[in-house]
Design a protein around this ligand. Structure first.
Ligand SMILES: *Cc1c(COP(=O)(O)O)cnc(C)c1O
Length: 433
């Protein structure tokens, strides 16, 4: 298996190369050069995430040095569950796919842990330490810090916009120490992202550090996300004899892209519907066929505040014809008033407390039903509500119990450095302290 750039198929790379580079030399994103095809039979008797992962991802690692270690990588990455929970009180058959049982209580733990397990092997005999720079608007930084913490071959610098993430997210970003350094940047998320981009182009830093990124365009974060779609769809397929449909809270389209790929290789997945917040670049595109990226607007589902979703490039690479693409995914947008209303209503009527991101999918589920949708629906739950208690509790009127993993992180002292929003400030920190 080789990987090609979405912009120019002649830019080929092996899996290890694609993971190590992150982005293709022409600025495009790596996608599989060809897709394997699976039948449900090939997964008979395989029921656990690590085993399903090893089987599903084997063709994607074929011919690469990582192939022989795929089972071990999957055991390391998928060491917490992704349960499918029936939504008993729902007005029509539905389940919740809970992706928040990892160390930082969001689905990004799957991708971050898989990426770390791959990079550890890729870098095994490398002479220099790797320095991973992450700009984060909330969840990515925590997941990456947790996945790479205490690994002797790597240092991590997390940049987040001071005062613009939830209190508990800030705690999760800054509780690490050791090889993880957290910078509270006096600026916006865009400033953080700009500083990271500039750092990659800075000759002095290039000389002193082996820089890498761990953001969601890395194929090493996308491939493992196919695995929980495989496991849950196979489970429901065996139970119900029909393909479940998925509603996925969507920002940069990484999670949803993995679901589209899982269906593309033959897993029993029906409709895929993207739930977005008030950032409507994707919903507008699927309606009009015109791709118009724009500045993001802040919402209650902040991890989905993306105005220019980069993984759309991968979706368009898979389905270059707009009419065809339009038939592959649906999309629906949910504003903050609806997020609040859904948190309130579902807490009372369904006895479910969502995080604000999951609430967008729960709202879209109700919308689909009112338009006569049939079949079995899976609401994808991307984070634990306890991470966003300041938004959730005022709506539901009940305290969200804190899961043990989060409680541990919340009890640790905060270690962070304030930073002016400039490359020079970042360079000084990385080189001299
Ligand atoms: C990152 C994130 C999303 C959006 O996922 P994408 O892959 O960027 O579409 C949704 N919900 C939560 C909780 C997240 O952290």
């Amino acid at each position: 298996m080789h990987y090609i750039s979405t912009r120019d198929a002649s830019h080929k790379a092996s899996l290890s190369e694609a993971i190590a580079r992150g982005i293709a030399p022409d600025g495009g994103l790596y996608v599989p050069g060809e897709f394997p095809h699976f039948t449900t039979r090939q997964f008979e008797g395989v029921t656990e995430l690590p085993e399903i992962g090893a089987r599903l991802l084997a063709p994607f690692a074929e011919g690469d040095p990582l192939a022989g270690e795929l089972e071990a990588i999957c055991r390391e990455a998928f060491n917490f569950p992704a349960p499918l929970v029936p939504l008993d009180q729902a007005p029509a058959p539905a389940s919740v796919l809970e992706l928040f049982h990892g160390p930082t209580c969001a689905f990004k733990d799957f991708g971050a842990r898989f990426l770390a397990a791959c990079l550890e092997r890729i870098r095994r005999n490398a002479p220099r330490k790797l320095t991973i720079l992450v700009a984060t608007s909330g969840d990515t930084g925590g997941a990456v810090a947790a996945a790479f913490h205490n690994k002797p071959w790597v240092e991590v610098a997390v940049l987040y916009p001071k005062g613009l993430v939830s209190e508990r997210q800030a705690q999760q970003l800054s509780c690490w120490g050791g090889n993880v350094r957290t910078f509270a940047v006096k600026g916006s998320f865009d400033d953080c992202q700009r500083m990271v981009k500039e750092a990659f182009l800075d000759p002095a830093l290039k000389e002193s550090h082996q820089l890498s990124s761990a953001n969601s365009i890395n194929i090493g974060r996308l491939l493992p996300q196919m695995v929980y779609y495989a496991k849950s769809s196979l489970e429901l397929w065996r139970q119900l004899g029909r393909r479940p449909n998925y509603i996925i809270p969507t920002g940069n389209l990484g999670n949803a892209m993995a679901c589209v790929w899982a269906r593309h290789v033959g897993l029993p997945i029906g409709e895929i519907v993207l739930a977005t917040n008030a950032n409507q670049t994707v919903t507008d595109y699927l309606r009009s066929g015109e791709w118009q990226p724009r500045a993001s607007v802040p919402t209650l589902a902040s991890a989905m505040d993306v105005g220019n979703p980069s993984n759309m490039e991968r979706l368009r690479a898979l389905h270059p014809e707009f009419e065809e693409l339009q038939g592959q995914v649906g999309a629906s947008s949910v504003d903050d008033i609806e997020i609040r209303g859904t948190l309130r209503r579902d807490s009372h009527e369904l006895d479910r407390v969502w995080c604000p991101h999951t609430a967008t999918a729960a709202k879209v589920y109700r919308r689909m039903l009112s338009r006569g949708a049939r079949g079995h629906w899976v609401i994808v739950s991307t984070a634990h509500p306890a991470k966003f208690n300041d938004i959730v509790e005022p709506q539901t009127g009940r305290e969200v119990p804190v899961p043990p993993a989060l409680a541990t992180l919340l009890s640790l002292p905060r270690q962070e450095t304030e930073l002016e929003p400039s490359l020079q400030a970042l360079r000084t920190q990385l080189q001299h302290t």
